[in-house]
Write a protein of this length. Structure first.
Length: 218
């Protein structure tokens, strides 16, 4: 996939650089058909879509209001125009990769019907799935390429293994599993406080927010 401008912007964020805030929003072609998202960073919003940029700009106020692109009226207008739905408004976190193998013992999974794995396959490519065993249960860590070609991680802890630090261990392990010298991203629902705490404890830092527009489920 040729992600172009989006790839360059994401790499700037990965490098710890603050994106230019004038103008306060940018409409960026995704470089990949069917990709639509709103990314909010400090002082600027990146609207990823192949919709006409003037149509998008017409939904936004002339004066900067950084909250508008994540508010229901704008998101609903995008949903209607695209016949898609907003998946969620997620917190975005990133962490640098780590050398060597993870301390957590992981077993690669070739095929899995785990809900977290099925979801990852809908939105990511180059996916690798690992299972971690633990006393009384275990968990899953999924790494793959997502929006803009960035590396992303998703984890899931079995109910029986919760509150034992496994979420943090899985999030930390993911930092060892990226096959490229590039940070790993995580998207987490802000209300999922346990997951937010786990990723923060594993060294991830917040960088923004994101709303993906995904196909409607029949």
């Amino acid at each position: 996939m040729l992600w172009g401008v989006l790839d360059r912007l994401l790499r700037e964020v990965e490098s710890g650089h603050r994106l230019p805030t004038d103008p306060w929003f940018r409409v960026v072609d995704p470089g990949s058909p069917g990709t639509h998202a709103i990314l909010g960073f400090t002082g600027v919003n990146i609207i990823v879509t192949d919709l006409d940029s003037e149509w998008v700009a017409g939904l936004l106020p002339a004066e900067p209001d950084l909250s508008v692109p994540m508010q229901p009226p704008f998101l609903s207008a995008m949903e209607d125009k695209l016949d898609r739905r907003v998946n969620n408004i997620d917190l975005l976190l990133i962490a640098a990769t780590l050398a060597g193998a993870p301390e957590l013992e992981l077993t690669p999974i070739e095929d899995s019907e785990h809900p977290r794995v099925r979801r990852a396959r809908r939105y990511r490519s180059d996916i690798t799935v690992y299972r971690a065993a633990a006393a009384g249960g275990g968990g899953v860590v999924v790494v793959g390429r997502g929006l803009g070609g960035r590396w992303e991680v998703a984890i899931e802890v079995d109910d029986s293994a919760r509150d034992k630090g496994l979420g943090r261990a899985l999030a930390l392990a993911a930092r060892h599993l990226i096959p490229e010298d590039r940070p790993v991203w995580a998207q987490i629902a802000p209300a999922n406080a346990a997951s937010v705490r786990a990723f923060l404890a594993a060294g991830y830092v917040p960088v923004g927010a994101e709303a993906l527009l995904v196909p409607r489920v029949p």
